[in-house]
Design a protein around this ligand. Structure first.
Ligand SMILES: *[C@@H]1O[C@H](CO)[C@@H](O)[C@H](O)[C@H]1NC(C)=O
Length: 366
């Protein structure tokens, strides 16, 4: 897999603007839905244990600790750069005035497709709640743009990466959540995907037309799960990865059907499965985290993290380093391999969204 990483890295080096991007971004706006992998500060003022607004989070980020659950930029920051934005997309919690015309980041650590997911951590903004927040944004955009708002929203890029917490902070906590008693892994995937389908259709009804849906990664490879379950000689906790797989297996055909059924929409599935093991091929997946972690597998505040951060896969027990986020952004933005994104024929990726014609007649009303 090394050659693929080299390709991706070369691509990133050549396309990320070193300084401020020159000229207009490729699309006017970028909206982000997700969990801690994309959160950029929405949890900072929530009553929750899922927070990352303290060092050593952000040690490689120019503003320091912002609430991003990694050492540097997360994948949505990098996608924003690749799209040509000269500022990162603001969190819903603090986005003001005309800023929201560039897009809004609704992602919240601990959140899931299911409303109850992550409850034991404290407050979080579930995907359903993120969609309600998006309605608030849309009303504000309508106030600013009037009748042009619908066409404007059609032009935006939307990324959604949800579902990890529906396993980590729900299904795999049988003492707190009943889901693993109610459903086999395959049944749970069906239930999750049915709810996800409704949520993605809601987003479409709100005017979204260019949507990249990120599949689940190998959650069984996170240091937290490895140290909890052990690997029995394997690289990762194969049992957990096996339970996540049915979700991805169902998500791909859903993407296919949504493309077929929803007029004017382009959905892609981004294949992040395996990325934790391929992004940093020199480093085998191990239990090691870059920062020293507390019992909840988040960084202990103010401890000095590892120095070779660019060569590590995991920053804390659950969250990847910026290096892995770069790889995620790279395959989503420009799918170089047929396996990077789906449908691969015709090759669709976020970069290809920017070339799609605007379908002006589609309204953003339900
Ligand atoms: C797509 O449309 C077909 C035919 O109407 C229907 O059976 C199917 O459930 C729809 N799928 C989705 C995801 O909307």
């Amino acid at each position: 897999m090394a050659w693929r990483v080299i390709l991706s890295v070369l691509f990133l080096i050549s396309s990320i603007p070193r300084s401020v991007a020159v000229g207009a971004p490729q699309v006017p706006c970028y909206f982000i839905f997700g969990d801690s992998l994309a959160d950029n500060g929405n949890n900072n003022d929530l009553d929750t244990d899922a927070k990352a607004n303290y060092p050593p989070y952000g040690i490689d980020f120019h503003e320091g600790a912002t609430g991003r659950f990694t050492n540097g930029r997360n994948f949505v920051d990098i996608i924003a750069e690749l799209l040509g934005f000269d500022e990162y997309i603001p969190p819903f919690a603090t986005a003001k005035g005309g800023d929201i015309l560039r897009g809004v980041n609704y992602a919240s650590g601990g959140a899931g497709i299911r409303d109850e997911t992550g409850r034991q951590l404290g407050d979080r903004i579930s995907l359903n709640h993120q969609l309600q927040n998006h309605m608030v944004t849309i009303s504000r955009i309508r106030e600013m743009l009037g009748a042009d708002a619908a066409t404007y929203l059609n032009k935006c890029v939307y990324t959604i990466w949800m579902g990890s917490n529906d396993y980590i902070n729900n299904y795999w906590m049988p003492d707190i959540y009943p889901t693993s008693k109610l459903y086999t892994p395959k049944q749970y995937a069906v239930v999750l995907i049915e709810q996800y389908e409704q949520q993605l259709k809601t987003l479409y009804s709100y005017g979204a037309r260019r949507l990249a849906i990120f599949g689940l990664s190998e959650i069984g490879c996170t240091p937290a799960e490895i140290s909890e379950y052990g690997t029995e000689g394997s690289l990762c906790v194969d049992k957990l990865d096996g339970e996540v797989m049915p979700f991805n297996d169902r998500l791909k055909p859903l993407i296919h059907e949504l493309n077929r059924n929803l007029t004017g929409a382009r959905f892609i599935y981004v294949n992040t499965y395996g990325i934790s093991t391929t992004a940093v091929p020199a480093v085998p997946v191990t239990c090691s985290t870059c920062c020293e972690v507390k019992e909840d597998d988040q960084c202990i505040p103010f401890r000095t993290p590892c120095l070779d951060r660019s060569l590590q896969s995991y920053y804390d027990g659950f969250h990847p380093t910026e290096t892995v986020h770069m790889e995620v952004a790279a395959i989503g933005y420009r799918a170089l391999l047929a396996s990077d994104a789906y449908p691969s024929d015709p090759g669709l990726d976020i970069a290809s969204f920017t070339a799609l014609p605007t379908v002006g007649s589609i309204t953003s009303d339900k």
